[in-house]
Design a protein around this ligand. Structure first.
Ligand SMILES: [Zn+2]
Ligand SMILES: [Zn+2]
Length: 265
């Protein structure tokens, strides 16, 4: 009798498709994190690999990283499939017996459907940074700038630093082909970008080690890092090179103040 419902079985498989940019939303299962990020299926590691949360580093099976919105969507689709099948089965049981004789009672079963249950459609969210992992080629998107690659687990901080320094280098290259005013602007901006990138990179590494150190005043940062980690990041530099670095950071400090950029470094 319940052939449509029986045909559905007890396991529903609801496909969760990537959005128009090719991204599939993911949500960290760790209660204190629940971080949202996106990955592009088909990029990154080949073969089954666990998923790594870019924010807290939690690693687990792919199917533990569905977002709440995806689960609500899948539930609503499964529920609709079930109610549709159930409705069809009931419909097949419709009958109508006319009253017979003087005191007969007519009985009928007429199945009408109530308002349809809505499907909970969802949209993946916009995120701040899109990254293609240098290590495994996974294309992913995260809040903020820094994070672990969801596929191979490599942190992207060095990759982001290198990319920003490349941009600064491009600005410098461009500055040799333009008039003086624009060249000054480009050089200043390249310096600003290089210092910001170094500051963000250094801070991120320290946060991962449970320490807060700012890197906009590079000489102070050098001492603090030495005190805290017994590492001298200027180790590979000659004294002259180190002085040039300090001067560049000081210049950037002056420029930032001249341009009204708020700097607490
Ligand atoms: Zn997490
Ligand atoms: Zn990767």
């Amino acid at each position: 009798m319940s052939s449509n419902v029986e045909r559905l079985g007890t396991h529903f498989s609801i496909p969760i498709e990537p959005d128009e940019d090719g991204y599939l939303g993911r949500e960290c299962p760790v209660e204190e994190c629940l971080g949202y990020f996106k990955i592009t299926p088909g990029t990154g590691l080949t073969g089954p690999a666990p998923c790594c949360c870019p924010y807290c580093g939690q690693s687990g099976e792919q199917d533990t990283f569905f977002t709440q919105a995806q689960i609500e969507y899948a539930k609503s689709v499964a529920f609709k499939q079930f109610t549709d099948a159930f409705h069809k089965d009931l419909k097949a049981m419709e009958f109508e017996h006319k009253p017979r004789g003087m005191f007969g009672i007519g009985i009928s079963l007429k199945v009408t459907s109530g308002p349809p249950r809505p499907i909970h459609y969802y949209r993946e969210q916009q995120l701040e940074t899109e990254v293609v992992c240098d290590n495994c080629t996974l294309r992913y998107a995260i809040y903020g700038v820094f994070g672990w690659c969801p596929d191979c687990g490599v942190h992207n901080s060095l990759q982001i630093l290198v990319k920003n320094l490349e941009l600064a280098r491009k600005e410098l290259a461009l500055s040799s082909n333009v008039d003086r005013d624009l060249a000054d602007y480009l050089i200043g901006d390249a310096l600003e970008n290089a210092v910001s990138a170094f500051d963000a990179f250094g801070r991120e590494l320290c946060v991962q080690k449970g320490t807060e150190i700012r890197f906009q005043s590079v000489a102070i940062a050098r001492t603090r890092v030495q005190d805290r980690f017994q590492v001298d990041f200027a180790d590979g530099l000659t004294e002259l090179e180190w002085q040039a670095v300090c001067q560049a950071f000081q210049k950037r400090h002056l420029l930032a103040h001249k341009m009204g950029v708020i700097d607490q470094g």
